[in-house]
Design a protein around this ligand. Structure first.
Ligand code: SF4
Length: 228
């Protein structure tokens, strides 16, 4: 049977890179985390909104945590008019968490003394940040090996026989991180590719394997049935 590692290597790097990516990666960890949350919320121009927060003096955890949510929302809406109130509330809770546990210094999160698991657990404990979002923050903002497992990825793993249907979130997460040999670049690129494959080919109702980039990695006999 083809291995997940082979498949991840084959699909990573097959999609164009995010044009906004380098301008975000040049920022500090706090703004990188905000960028992840804004992207997840569907904000179209994340860089502009980060600049907006910087110009308003809200680019550090203490300032942002000390700003009422309604004021933060109004500030966000000057560059992202459709952003939802819950996004402002989540950004503020992240800032409060950093103030409480890291003395307001997001740089401390990239200290090797912080294990990847402790970062996943800590960020995942913040209201409004689920496990997959915490893993997205750890991977994209803090540069640690983590993977935000969504339903589409889970379907792909099960249909290829790499994961048991009864496996939980952490088992799926660990399988992918191990399959990528902890490589941040492979994990980030595989996330994009798997999301696209799930959307275009590996739909809930039935897999459309013909022409799918993962077709060469199917188990003998084809995709494992999970929809019955
Ligand atoms: S559509 Fe088929 S080949 Fe593609 S990921 Fe799903 S099960 Fe695999």
């Amino acid at each position: 049977m083809s291995t997940l590692a082979d498949a991840l290597n084959a699909i990573s790097g097959t999609l164009p890179t995010d044009p906004d990516g380098s301008s975000i990666q040049d920022r500090g960890p706090f703004l990188r985390m905000i960028a992840v949350l804004l992207k997840e919320a569907g904000v179209p121009d994340v860089s502009e909104t980060l600049d907006n927060l910087g110009e308003a003096g809200l680019a550090d955890p203490a300032s942002l945590a000390g700003t009422p949510t309604i004021d933060l929302l109004n500030q966000l809406r000057t560059s992202a008019p459709r952003v939802a109130p819950r996004v402002a509330a989540t950004l503020r809770r992240l800032a409060e968490w950093l103030v409480e546990f890291e003395a307001g210094q997001a740089d401390r999160l990239i200290d090797p003394d912080h294990s990847t698991q402790s970062l996943r657990d800590g960020l995942g404990s913040i209201k409004g940040i689920g496990r997959a979002t915490a893993d997205s923050l750890v991977l994209h903002a803090l540069g640690r090996p983590a993977f935000p497992v969504d339903r589409g990825t889970y379907r792909i793993l099960v249909r290829h026989g790499w994961l048991d249907l009864t496996a939980d979130y952490d088992e799926a997460h660990d399988l992918i991180v191990h399959g990528a040999s902890d490589r941040i670049d492979v994990l980030a690129e595989a996330e994009l590719a798997l999301a696209q494959i799930a959307r275009r080919h590996c739909r809930v109702q039935a897999p459309a394997c013909s022409g799918c980039p993962l077709e060469p990695f199917l188990p003998e006999g084809g995709a494992v049935e999970i929809d019955a």
